[in-house]
Ligand binder design. Structure first.
Ligand code: ADP
Ligand code: MG
Length: 137
């Protein structure tokens, strides 16, 4: 068993797709370890996406991620990082496989409904960025 960090992004929360996405999470065998709705501050979003600083889409990404509340999740299952990225689908919904979160709920490469960690190392960093140790027991 291992863990990954997920975000249901502002577009999906605003469109009423929390339930649809949580359903996919549960249907795919993830245990929800922690879950919280939060309206990110600019500082929180900038820090979370610091790895993308300097890229053309960084400012647009920070504005998008702070426009309205998100849902933050700690997820657990076998091969959690790769499996959640598979369930989310490709970054650009135009390239996402049928039935994936992004094919079902994303509207563009930027407004793409969900986040998922890209490695076990980054999952640990991202989980610690948003959750206290006591919430991850
Ligand atoms: P992923 O979320 O699939 O891991 P990246 O880490 O490459 O993708 O990018 C982080 C987020 O930045 C994406 O999910 C998306 O919201 C946004 N993004 C990535 N590439 C672009 C782009 N070319 N134009 C606008 N937004 C983008
Ligand atoms: Mg990424």
């Amino acid at each position: 068993m291992n863990r990954t960090f997920a975000i249901i992004k502002p577009d999906a929360v605003a469109a009423g797709n929390i339930g649809g996405i949580v359903n996919l999470i549960e249907k795919n065998g993830f245990k929800i370890i922690a879950m919280r709705m939060q309206h990110l501050t600019r500082k929180e979003a900038e820090g979370f996406y610091a790895v993308h600083k300097g890229k053309g889409f960084y400012d647009e990404l920070v504005v998008f991620m702070t426009e309205s509340p998100v849902v933050l999740l700690a997820l657990e299952r076998e091969d959690a990082v790769a499996k959640w990225r598979e369930v989310m689908g490709a970054t650009n919904p135009a390239n996402a496989a049928a039935g994936t979160v992004r094919k079902l709920y994303a509207s563009s490469i930027g407004r793409n409904a969900a986040h998922g960690s890209d490695s076990d190392e980054n999952a640990a960093i991202e989980l610690a960025y948003f959750f206290r140790t006591s919430e991850l027991n």
